[in-house]
Design a protein around this ligand. Structure first.
Ligand SMILES: [Mg+2]
Length: 270
């Protein structure tokens, strides 16, 4: 069995873009690890796993609170930011990642502290700019995805956002290099990304959890739910972009990496 997999792996490498002779030892080793563990597909989260998203939110929140602070001296900009973050965190539990929750966040803020209508309007506009600002790849993400592609393991993306914004990210990041649009599973923006979402995504690809490896940055929405449904190989991208609401102790099985380009190193244990 093992030799069959090795053989088929070499054949697939020969048909790959770089050809057999350029296939590195690292790719061969990782390909063997993938086959040995019965992994048929890598399922990856998108925001702050592949692309830089959280800093775009922080930037818009800072810009909105600067305008609020300039018109209302009851708090400093930093304090307004803290309050905004807290209200948004609470609304996330109710409304998920629906972009409309920002309007409710500002209205809640206005009700509690009193804000002029034109300031509310301006703050709401700034926060909606989040969804039209082009996103960039995280450092190491491109290198890591290129590597997985060269090894020949199919990929899928499991993202919690609205479809329209996901389509924009697909274009901005040129994700068609790695996946087709049909390989993207969008979790309903009005709910939460849970073990059921991951189970649905796994089924969409016609696989079982043990046939998938999962990569994500959120303990709450990616790593723990994936471990819960029986995914054996989870890679947690640990970067400074994480939202507080996503923090949770992670399952010990999870391998912690700084970026996608560290997957092979973590899997092969060196
Ligand atoms: Mg994420």
């Amino acid at each position: 069995m093992v030799s069959f997999f090795r053989f088929s792996f070499i054949i697939s490498s020969m048909n790959g873009e770089r050809g057999h002779f350029e296939t590195t030892g690292r790719e061969l080793q990782f390909g063997r690890w993938v086959n040995r563990n019965g992994i048929k597909r890598f399922l990856l989260d998108l925001d702050d796993t592949i692309c830089v998203t959280r800093p775009i939110f922080r930037g818009a929140m800072k810009e909105a609170t600067e305008i609020i602070a300039a018109h209302s001296s009851i708090m400093t900009q930093e304090q307004w930011m803290e309050v905004l973050d807290r209200i948004d965190g609470g609304l996330f539990e109710v409304y998920g990642v629906n972009a409309n929750r920002w309007n409710i966040t500002i209205e809640t803020l206005a009700k509690k502290y009193g804000l002029y209508r034109h300031i509310q309007k301006k703050a709401k506009q700034i926060l909606q700019n989040i969804y039209t600002t082009p996103l960039k790849m995280l450092d190491g993400a491109e290198e890591g995805l290129d590597f997985i592609k060269r090894v020949g393991v199919p990929m899928g993306i499991v993202t919690h956002a609205n479809v329209e914004w996901t389509l924009k990210k697909f274009a901005w990041l040129n994700l068609k290099r790695y996946v087709s649009w049909d390989d993207i599973f969008v979790v309903d923006e009005n709910g939460h990304k849970s073990s059921e979402s991951w189970a649905q995504a796994v089924r969409k690809f016609g696989l079982t959890p043990i046939e998938c490896a999962v990569v994500g940055d959120s303990p709450r929405s990616d790593i723990n739910p994936a471990c819960e449904i029986g995914v054996r190989h989870c890679f947690m991208v640990d970067n400074s972009n994480r939202w507080t609401i996503h923090n949770q102790p992670v399952d010990q099985k999870a391998m912690v990496i700084k970026a996608i380009n560290e997957i092979a190193e973590a899997a092969l244990g060196r």
